[in-house]
Write a protein of this length. Structure first.
Length: 647
């Protein structure tokens, strides 16, 4: 069988037929999965206090006053709960004690007053706690999501070319969504712990044997809850890739940009079948996790139920043998109920918080290193560049074994138009992104006025860059905002009008319902839609508007009609007067405007020169491409019609 390298040059019909097609799937972080699978109840017990502290810190970042009020209400509610429970035991002892009924009721009156007061105050505090939780939870989740967005913006562009980055980003988003539950789960856990402390104190006073027995009875359910939480989390991790695939399939089916091709290519049934196939694959993992979690939960509940029965039998034994008085037995019943409820709350809420904590781990890990691709460049602030140079630059995409650039050296200066030409895959766009500081080279250096882009603050560098990429953004904003992109000019709309006139976008704006104030988003009420060519004029206008030292145009007129294209290139020399311009295009007639043309092949520079020089070099790559672009000798002639055919 041929090697992978050999196969790449073979004819498709010669390819081996026994190899399965590649399938979209998630491989996961096996090391992290192994760590999660090793989690135990003791690990959960050690982790829960840390998670409560994390929840408090997240809330503290959002609203300190609200968190302080919430903690105060929780502590006061726990204290009142303990007081009410202690008063309950006193009431039972007084009612069932010796003496006349009137005397017993009089003796119980203070305890009854404490019970009523504690219950009323706890009800009020419960309302305040719920209100604080409802107020804080969405704000925490929103801040967590905003943190992911900030980390994403501060990520190297090359991250999107690396396998696994999208999965890490999806996991971080899931963690941000789970953050909405963290404050509520932490609050419930703290409330349960407070209730347990108060009830345990009362139960210990009544008889010290009851509390440890009840704790032992709750342990099986605790083990089961931790295991179920772990199974659920691992299932979510294992299906994260499939869920992302389903989301993408829904997007491709829903979006207007693909709607015509879904219909004309009869892709609807195929995509829906794909959706169903992946959905069934997801269901297998989900069903297996649900079945496993339910099985363990049933076993844990049965064991805990048996343990609870033992506790009650012990208590009955103590009362029946006189080792505990009947009034104390009655009080113990109330205390046992409170302790059991608190223990179940700790186990349940603890398992929920623990599961949420695992999602938050993904979130915080992404924030710490942005999937391992956070921007780590120098702090130097660049000036507007006058000369940008590539010195022996090599670069390879992570997903490819072949270098996209191989020891490329070139330069461009202010006032100069540099054109990059070559066949598909020759490295033109990669060079343009390296010049703009969007990619850092693997070897060699990109120098802005002699300073390596690795040493420059990237956000400050990009302030001096304007790019018209092949796939330009169609922002759901007004026409004005689509040109200014949030950067207001001192002379206001005058700069917008000038940029629009230079790109031909003024003709587009003139036809809009509200001119520059028109919303360019047909999906929203009142929005208008533009054609591809009209959008490209807007994209060029935003680059012309931006007062940058470097202008990169990557196939800037692919969607334009001849008149609009002519206008762009007629104005390009004036635009380049105080900028360095890099032009990437396949339309070789357009590069006549360039001062210098660099011809690329397989990531290497093979020719440089002016338009006239390169056209004159017969046998050169540029002349070959030029001749092919103008040669129609191999095109079949117009069909002949027979005389009288239309009669």
């Amino acid at each position: 069988m041929s090697t992978a390298t050999d196969q790449s040059t073979e004819h498709p019909s010669d390819q081996p037929t026994d190899l399965a097609d590649e399938e979209l799937q998630w491989h996961g972080d096996q090391r992290r999965i192994e760590v999660i699978e090793a989690i135990s109840v003791s690990a959960m017990a050690r982790r829960l206090p840390q998670l409560v502290v994390r929840a408090v810190k997240l809330g503290w970042q959002v609203d300190r006053l609200a968190v302080a009020a919430l903690l105060g209400c929780l502590l006061l509610s726990a204290a009142l709960g303990a007081a009410g429970l202690y008063a309950t035991t006193g009431t039972i002892a007084a009612v069932f004690g010796p003496g006349r009924v009137a005397d017993r009721l009089a003796h119980a009156a203070p305890s009854i007053a404490v019970i009523a007061t504690a219950a009323a105050l706890r009800a009020v505090l419960g309302i305040a706690i719920r209100a604080s939780t409802v107020y804080l939870s969405p704000r925490i989740s929103r801040e967590a999501s905003a943190a992911v967005l900030r980390a994403t913006v501060a990520t190297e562009l090359t991250a999107y070319d690396r396998a696994g980055y999208a999965d890490e980003l999806e996991a971080a988003d899931r963690g941000a969504e789970a953050a909405v539950d963290v404050i509520g789960e932490a609050q419930n856990l703290v409330s349960s712990v407070g209730s347990l402390v108060g009830a345990a104190g009362v139960l210990t006073v009544l008889h010290p044997l009851l509390l440890p027995l009840l704790v032992l009875a709750a342990l099986p359910q605790g083990f089961a809850s931790v295991y179920a939480a772990r199974v659920q989390f691992l299932a979510n991790k294992a299906t994260s890739g499939d869920r992302r695939i389903l989301l993408n399939l829904r997007w491709y089916i829903h979006q207007k940009s693909h709607a015509d091709q879904v219909r004309s290519d009869t892709m609807g049934t195929f995509l829906l079948d794909k959706y169903e196939l992946i959905g069934r694959r997801l269901d297998v993992t989900t069903r297996r996790a649900a079945r496993e979690g339910a099985r363990v939960s049933v076993l844990g509940a049965a064991a805990s139920g048996l343990g609870t029965a033992v506790v009650w039998l012990v208590m009955l034994y103590l009362v029946s043998t006189g080792r505990m008085s009947l009034p104390r037995g009655g009080a113990a019943v109330v205390a046992l109920g409170a302790v059991g409820s608190a223990l179940r709350g700790i186990v349940g809420y603890g398992a929920d918080l623990f599961r949420t904590g695992m999602y938050l781990d993904d979130w915080s890990a992404f924030l710490d290193k942005a999937g391992g691709h956070a921007l780590h460049r120098g702090p130097a602030l660049p000036e507007r560049p006058t000369r940008i140079e590539l010195k022996d630059v090599s670069y390879g995409y992570p997903s490819s074994e072949r270098a996209a650039l191989d020891a490329v050296s070139l330069h461009v200066e202010t006032g100069e138009i540099l054109a990059l030409v070559g066949e598909n895959g020759s490295g033109k766009t990669t060079i343009a992104k390296a010049i703009a500081g969007l990619y850092l080279p693997d070897d060699g250096a990109v120098l802005w006025d002699g300073r390596d882009t690795r040493e420059l603050d990237p956000h400050a560098l990009w302030q001096h860059v304007a790019v018209v990429p092949q796939n330009y953004a169609r922002w759901p904003l007004t026409a004005r905002e689509n040109i200014t992109l949030g950067r207001a000019a001192p002379d206001g709309d005058e700069a917008v009008v000038r940029a629009a006139a230079a790109s031909g976008a003024d003709e587009v704006v003139a036809k809009l319902r509200r001119g520059l104030g028109t919303l360019l988003a047909v999906e929203w009420m009142g929005g208008e839609e533009l054609s591809g060519g009209q959008w490209q004029r807007i994209a060029i206008a935003r680059a012309f508007y931006r007062d940058s030292g470097l202008l990169v145009l990557d196939e800037p007129t692919a969607a334009l009609d001849p008149r609009a294209e002519h206008k762009i290139f007629a104005n390009l020399r004036e635009v380049a007067r105080d900028r360095a311009v890099v032009l990437v295009t396949h339309r070789l007639t357009n590069v006549a405007v360039a001062d210098r043309i660099v011809v690329l092949e397989d990531g290497r520079v093979i020719q440089q020169g002016s338009f006239d020089e390169l056209v004159a070099q017969r046998g050169g790559k540029f002349r070959e491409l030029w001749d092919l672009q103008h040669d129609r000798s191999g095109v079949p002639a117009q069909r002949e019609t027979r005389a009288g055919q239309l009669n």
